[in-house]
Write a protein that binds this ligand. Sequence first.
Ligand SMILES: [Mg+2]
Length: 328
Amino acid sequence: MLDSILESIQVVALPTKTSFRSVDTREVLLIQGPHGWGEFSPFVEYTPRECVPWLVSAIESAYVSPPTKIREWIPVNATMPAVNGEQAIAEVLSWFPGCTSVKVKVGIDNAQDLARIEIVRQLIPNAKIRLDVNGNWSVEQALEILEKVSELGSIEFVEQPCATESELRELKNLLSTPILIAGDEIIRKSIDPLALNLDAAIDIVALKVAPLGGIKNCLNIAKHFQKPVVVSSALDSAVGISYGLKLASTLSQLPYACGLATGALLAIDLYELPIVNGAIKVNSMNPNPQILSECAVSGNRLDWWRDRVRQTWSAGADKWVTKEGWLS
Ligand SMILES: [Mg+2]
């Protein structure tokens, strides 16, 4: 199987509209199998071990037929990167037509964060605002900032306010106004999410299809935690986003708009995924051949990605795929 994966590899570099996680170009590796396309695009600093679920998800996407979908349109949220100033924030919001949930990236600079939240509230007065802290606050910081934020208006939830399980528990215990807490990194960076018990630490589980090893594993994780889920992504190309849409289309409950509109932050994507009244349609992935060739990565960079697939395969993807029986 590794040979046929390596044979089908294409890598593209997609320019972003705005710096996101300090990324200006998103490199994405694509594979093709009997069921279509799969995306492998862990951020460049991830170790082969950390990349394993990402490769498993890409292989599942290309080689395994997905579960039956129960909805066609997936409600999505706007994502507000750490941009500042009313004009820049209004411009980003304009890329997400009809989205009433806005995920605001915070956690680096408190004054700028509060200003960003306030501007979003002014621009979309009925917006449901969720915050994504990426684990950057201490418990004390979280308490202080969340109190200030709550004075300005209600918050849909706050994603990964602190990094560790014990901090999340402590925060939840100390919050004077209850605010829902979503777990993201605490789950997707865990070696074994199914071994975690996050009761009294989080209220909502963020499901990201690639870092959690594909749709089947995401469904197992959702079942394990028995909490409401929010489907999200990691600045994927249209192929990766479409796989997240497929996951969302199979879930019996979908209480929150999904973080699957981040394609709006790319200047060029593999194909159009239009946001219509705050939702994106589940689709069969269909990359535009012209964009595949215009954005193609070759030479050393392509070799680096091929090597990354080989290393990730040996780091555990091989065993996982064998266990699933996808080899036959
Ligand atoms: Mg997050």
